[in-house]
Design a protein around this ligand. Sequence first.
Ligand code: COA
Length: 276
Amino acid sequence: MKSYETILIDKAGGVTTIRFNRPDKRNAMNPQLHRDMYDALTELEFDDETKVLVITGQGEAFCAGQDLKEYFYEKKDDPRGREEARRMSHAWRHQKLRYFPRPTIAEINGWCFGGAFTVVASVDIAVAASEATFGLSEINFGHIPGGLVTKVVQEIVQPRQALYYILTGEPFTGARAAEIGLVTMAVPKAELHAKVMDIAATLMKKDPEAMRACKEVFKAVTPEVTYEDAWYWLSSKSDQLTYRQKGGWIEEGIGRFMKKEYRPGLGTPPPEKERA
Ligand code: COA
């Protein structure tokens, strides 16, 4: 894997970790980071060694949002550069990361502001340190949560709480982020990495094609989709999965339950070679 100016990539035991690596700038996202993320995710989406993708931050921050200097201030008289940065910034978070074919986890180790909320929203599972600090700080510098920040916050955070934090710009903890639905869960910082690795280990035991189909349908059947359309979509996805797995979920998944080899209600079956 090639090396990048603004991110670090590490692979171990099926888990690929991307680490935002601008700790001196609290991992704020500058145009180069957007380019690096787009490039890295494009490479990793076809990488056989990547069974689970983790995104975290180097140092004390997860990500302080868009780089206020390089992404906004220095681009104020450069519409072309601004548009390039904006498109790249959108593409990696809302196309590449949101639809990444493997499960994705954010390990939110510290500061998390503004534009970083869309990273949190685009991953499948977000685990925060209870002590981390979150904030929709845009109002504090006289702006709106732009890009797709307002959209994702409206989708995943309790609406009364979302608008409160948008309007006040008040910072809140990782524990609070879990209460209002922004993250999946919060754990003490000392336990954060172990918890993320635990979840990754669980995900790696599941069938990868089924995992991918679960993600795809979940992200497709949004509240705007009608019941009728969702039904057609899910039926087609089920048939596509049967084709991709060559019938595996019926023959292997249900077949082994019928032979009383495991209870699906209580977990994934042991690998075939470990059968009694
Ligand atoms: N964009 C650009 N630079 C940023 C940044 C951002 N979003 N967040 C932090 N930095 C830079 C600072 O300019 C400073 O750079 P310098 O050392 O070259 O002067 C460095 O990171 C450290 O920042 P500092 O404010 O001294 O760190 P801190 O630990 O005291 O505070 C924050 C951390 C994140 C609370 C604070 O930096 C902050 O409020 N950042 C802006 C967050 C924000 O509004 N993000 C929304 C963007 S959409």
